[in-house]
Every structure is written in structure tokens, then in C-alpha cells.
Design a binder for this molecule. Structure first.
Ligand code: URA
Length: 286
């Protein structure tokens, strides 16, 4: 037997395999870059004295909800570019094209597919989730995995469906964050101008926000979803004549992990159904 610890099957290889197994168990199932990084070198750099910080950029509408450190270039410049591109789109098809081609968000590099929307544009309810998971990334459609199947059952329970023209579905992020990690504030800020334009072009009557990411992004709040859910709020969208009644609710993935919380989700759905009935009596219940 070899005594060299670096030989195949030696202690070094076993240690590396164990480290890989931990990463997999924690959800890091995608390579971020072609070439490996020398993390030890990075630590050495991090220990060096900090470089002077760049000058603060002008305050920016889409960045007003993120931490001050993100309101500096290059994030602010990329958000400004996202706003210009989103505003240039006059149709949903044009928006899909400019968004898919937008290279200011690094998630684009690691995702398999760009996931734009599903259902019928113009539907009275627009549901906004967080971002694609593994199945959505593979298929290029939102909410087609386990949480999507629960979502479809939840909507059906109040007579709505993405198939019958009553619900249109999208996400804050069109690209899957690697290993399903939570999106960063800057990734959300970069996608928000496209989401706001998406809403303006789809012209729903009501917005339903599934989970904390869309709730914080569109309500400009920093509280958790359990505080934000269950109450109607009005959201202003540029080019829409009236602010949109918007309801935040628990994400179906959370409900799969916490079935006891379905009671709260059900009471949110009842609120949605009542408001819809007041606007369009009986819609979707035929
Ligand atoms: N979770 C989301 O928020 N969106 C999807 O499309 C799938 C899972």
C-alpha cells in the first residue's frame, strides 16, 4: 500500500471526497467556474489592508431597498442599464428578449435556462415567485417542480389555474441561483426593473407574491414573510394608471416543509378569491 497521502485512495483524496460530500449535502451541486480558485490565496488577500472604497453613486430608485454598499458602481450602473432595457420593451415578447440578453447579472452564467413566465398574459391574477429551482431550470418554465405542483392545487382550490387564463406566473429571478441558494440583494435589484416592466405589460388586476423574496422586492420592506403576508397593500407600477392591490403569502416550498402553515396560506387564498370576486364576479369558477 502507498504511503504517499496524495495517492488515489490516500488520506488527501479521502479528505477531498468527504469535503465534496458535505458541499453536495448543503446544496452546492453546480460548478460556478471552469477553473478552480485558490481560496488560501484569497484569504491572504483579505488579510491585506482594505483598498479605499469607491465614491458613492447617486441614489437609485431600484436600489433604494438594498444596503447602502450596493448603491455604488458597478451594481448601480448595471441596474441603470437594466432599467433602460426594460423601459425599451413595449411588448412581453420584446421584454423576454432584452431580459434574456441582459448580461449584468452573473446568475445567467450558471443557469441552464432563462425562465420567463407561464400561463396567460392578461390574466387577472399575476403570481410572482422567487426564482427557478432545479426542475424549472431544466424545463425553462416557472413552478413545475414539487412546489409548483402544490401551487397548482392551491390555486385550483379557489377556482384558478395557469391553464384557463385566470393566473399568469413569473418569478423575481429568471435564472436559478446555484444550488438553490437565496438570491443576493444585488441580484434582486438587477432583476427588479424587468419584473416591474413585466407587470406593467401583463396588466393584471391583482398581484400575489409567493415568499419573502418577491414580497420584500415589491413592497420595499425588510420584514420576513410571516409579517408581510395576509394583508392587502397597494403597489405603484410605472405606466399603470392605478396602484395594484397586492397580497403576499407563504411560498409553497415553505408549506411543503411546514404543512402546519397551510392554514395561513388558505386564509390568504380566501382573501384573494374575495377580492377577485369583487372585481370580476365568478371568474374561473365555471
Ligand atoms: N420556486 C419559485 O419561487 N419559483 C419557481 O419557479 C419554482 C420554485
Amino acid at each position: 500500500m502507498s504511503t504517499d497521502p496524495r495517492q488515489p485512495g490516500g488520506p488527501a483524496e479521502r479528505e477531498l471526497l468527504a469535503a465534496l460530500a458535505v458541499q453536495l449535502a448543503w446544496g452546492a451541486d453546480e460548478a460556478l467556474e471552469e477553473a478552480p480558485q485558490n481560496r488560501f490565496g484569497m484569504w491572504a488577500e483579505a488579510a491585506a489592508p482594505p483598498a479605499p472604497s469607491p465614491p458613492a453613486a447617486a441614489r437609485h430608485a431600484s436600489l433604494s431597498f438594498v444596503a447602502p454598499s450596493l448603491r455604488t458602481p458597478p451594481v448601480a450602473a448595471a441596474v441603470a442599464q437594466a432599467e433602460r432595457l426594460a423601459a425599451s420593451a413595449d411588448t412581453l415578447e420584446a421584454l423576454r428578449e432584452v431580459f434574456a440578453a441582459f448580461d449584468g447579472c452573473a446568475l445567467r452564467e450558471t443557469a441552464t435556462n432563462f425562465v420567463f413566465a407561464d400561463g396567460v398574459p392578461g390574466a387577472p391574477v399575476m403570481l410572482i415567485g422567487e426564482g427557478p429551482g432545479a426542475e424549472e431550470d431544466r424545463e425553462g418554465l416557472p413552478f413545475v417542480g414539487p412546489s409548483g405542483r402544490l401551487l397548482d392545487r392551491m390555486l385550483a382550490s379557489i377556482g384558478l389555474s395557469r391553464r384557463d387564463g385566470t393566473v399568469y406566473i413569473t418569478n423575481v429571478l429568471p435564472w436559478r441561483p446555484p444550488g438553490n441558494r437565496s438570491p443576493t440583494d444585488s441580484e434582486i435589484a438587477l432583476c427588479l426593473p424587468f419584473l416591474r416592466r413585466h407587470i406593467a405589460l401583463a396588466k393584471p388586476k391583482l398581484l400575489l407574491l409567493a415568499g419573502g423574496v418577491p414580497a420584500r422586492a415589491l413592497l420595499g420592506a425588510r420584514e420576513g414573510i410571516t409579517r408581510l403576508r395576509g394583508r392587502w397593500r397597494m403597489v405603484e407600477i410605472a405606466s399603470l394608471a392605478e396602484p395594484l392591490p397586492t397580497l403576499a403569502t407563504l411560498h409553497p416550498a415553505y408549506l411543503l416543509r411546514n404543512p402546519g402553515a397551510k392554514r395561513e396560506a388558505w386564509s390568504d387564498l380566501v382573501l384573494l378569491r374575495r377580492r377577485l370576486d369583487a372585481l370580476l364576479p365568478g371568474v374561473g369558477q365555471n
